[in-house]
Design a binder for this molecule. Structure first.
Ligand code: XBP
Ligand code: MG
Length: 259
């Protein structure tokens, strides 16, 4: 019925706006908990997002902004402990209901499920964060809609490397041509394209709106809903205010029109 068999979703920034008011305050709470005076502002966090993965982001911050910092433990152990604390705070924030799904996400997921289009996730964050975000969205059965959740440290290299998309496709048993990827960032775009997924929709957010999405098939400011249509920023399909499977099929068809 459609030219593709599966949608592969990124999570942070795509399924929900988790970074500014979710991950960021969770990192800050973990720093405070162990007596560090580090505090990541909204702007600084935007810079730090260039590095994917929470543990990798902390390490980058230390090297770049606190080069004289000496951990009492081995630095790897210190970062791992800090990151476990951060995850605990992040899960608390999710369970408080503070982070809703982005507009149109639930609608598109439901349409896919009802149409037999398979659903997968390819993300840098930890599986427990993914499941908690989905469970806290109001539909407790939402995690079960996803056939594959490729997440976190299960691959050698995080985005922008293609590893996590390659893993998701491997688990689905699908080729790049039969998948549509939905992302929000330049790192995610590079990862999906690196895995040869050319039917790529980018739904930008406040942190990513000025990034380079030149390889994406379609760039919008969200998935949109009837009462809150999305704006198409690049890729033709102007007027496609509600991104549904039909719009994604047109996008997919255009990408592969050359055979
Ligand atoms: C986004 C990320 C993650 C989160 C933090 O991943 O880079 O690192 O900011 O998550 P994606 P962790 O957009 O691929 O979902 O602290 O659990 O790593
Ligand atoms: Mg993302």
């Amino acid at each position: 019925m459609y030219g593709f068999d599966a949608l592969i979703f990124d999570v942070d920034g795509t399924v929900a706006d988790t970074e500014r008011d979710g991950h960021r305050p969770a990192f800050n709470a973990a720093f405070a908990e162990v007596g560090l005076d580090w505090s990541w502002s909204v702007d600084l966090y935007g810079e730090l997002l260039a590095v994917t993965g929470g543990k990798e982001r902390i390490r980058y911050f230390v090297e770049r902004w606190r080069p004289d910092f000496e951990a009492l433990l081995d630095l790897d152990d210190f970062i791992a402990d800090l990151h476990r604390r951060k995850t605990r705070h992040y899960l608390e924030i999710l369970r408080s209901g503070a982070i809703p799904l982005r507009t149109g996400v639930r609608r598109l997921l439901r349409q896919a499920r009802d149409s037999g289009v398979r659903l997968a996730i390819a993300t840098t964050t930890t599986p427990e964060n993914v499941y908690a975000l989905l469970e806290c969205s109001g539909d407790r059965d939402l995690p079960g809609w996803f056939e594959v959740v490729a997440a976190g440290d299960v691959v050698a290299e995080k985005k922008p490397a293609p590893d996590i998309y390659l893993l998701a496709m491997d688990r689905l048993g699908l080729t790049p041509r039969s998948c549509v990827a939905i992302e929000d960032s330049d790192n995610g775009t590079r990862s999906a394209l690196g895995a040869s997924i050319r039917a790529l929709l980018v739904t930008v957010n406040g942190y990513t709106i000025n990034q380079d999405f030149s390889g994406a098939a379609l760039v919008t400011d969200g998935l949109g809903d009837a009462g809150a249509p999305a704006r198409v920023l690049r890729g033709g399909l102007e007027g496609a205010g509600v991104i549904d499977l039909e719009v994604l099929d047109v996008m997919h068809g255009k990408v592969y029109a050359d055979g």
